[in-house]
Design a protein around this ligand. Structure first.
Ligand code: SF4
Ligand code: SF4
Length: 214
């Protein structure tokens, strides 16, 4: 499982950096390296892009795992370069941005958008399988999540726009409810298609999510 990100458009980054001329760039050696949005190469390219924008780059680094406690160490090692910067531009996922913010008194600006937690199905192809809704119905949908896989997030059957097994919103994509139907049929559990899913209980996903184990 990885945090899947995509780089923000350069114009948006430029807007976010308004009034901040000196920038320190941080990447992450784990998720954004895997997705090629914040590894060594992308950090170097970003540094060049910033210079072309007229910014002064005080330095840059790729933290092994931006969302863990080692981040504090790496920030200390780079203190002199960060001190000279107006802000830190983070090419890690939102968890990394959050972690960096804990250790820095400078603004931390995200350069990437965090899209979802996903699995890598084949090299470079990431797939969202769960939206972490807090009330899992996979047991009744043959292991395929309609909240995540259906464009409309429908939990009580298809929308009616399904065409030859494809989704009406994205014709390239299989309709989640056709997949669910076919798999339930294979399992001899088609009766589950008639089971009503009540409206979601939003109390199970209080924000921010906090849980104490034990
Ligand atoms: S129903 Fe879907 S979004 Fe909710 S927990 Fe299960 S897999 Fe995740
Ligand atoms: S066609 Fe299928 S996947 Fe697409 S929105 Fe309708 S039910 Fe969901």
């Amino acid at each position: 499982m990885k945090s899947i990100t995509k780089q923000k458009p350069i114009e948006e980054i430029q807007n976010l950096l308004q009034g901040m001329d000196k920038v320190f760039v941080v990447g992450c050696g784990t998720c954004t390296t895997l997705t090629k949005t914040g590894g060594v190469e992308q950090v170097e390219a970003m540094k060049e892009g910033l210079q072309e924008m007229g910014k002064r780059v005080t330095g840059g680094t790729v933290i092994p795992t931006a969302c863990d406690d080692m981040t504090e160490e790496t920030m200390k090692e780079n203190e002199q370069y960060i001190r000279n910067a107006d802000c830190v531009l983070s090419m890690s996922c939102a968890l990394g941005v959050h972690q960096l913010t804990l250790y820095l008194d400078k603004p931390v600006i995200p350069a990437v958008d965090t899209l979802f937690i996903g699995v890598e199905e084949s090299p470079g192809y990431f797939h969202e399988v769960c939206s972490q809704c807090g009330q899992c119905i996979l047991g009744e949908t043959a292991g395929i999540c309609p909240i995540t896989a259906c464009h409309k997030g429908l939990v009580n059957g298809p929308c009616g726009g399904t065409n030859n097994g494809k989704c009406e919103v994205d014709k390239e994509k299989d309709c989640a409810w056709t997949l669910i139907y076919n798999r339930l049929k294979e399992q001899g559990r088609l009766d589950l298609m008639r089971r009503y899913q009540p409206p979601r209980n939003h109390h199970v996903t209080l924000k921010p999510g906090i849980i104490k184990i034990g």
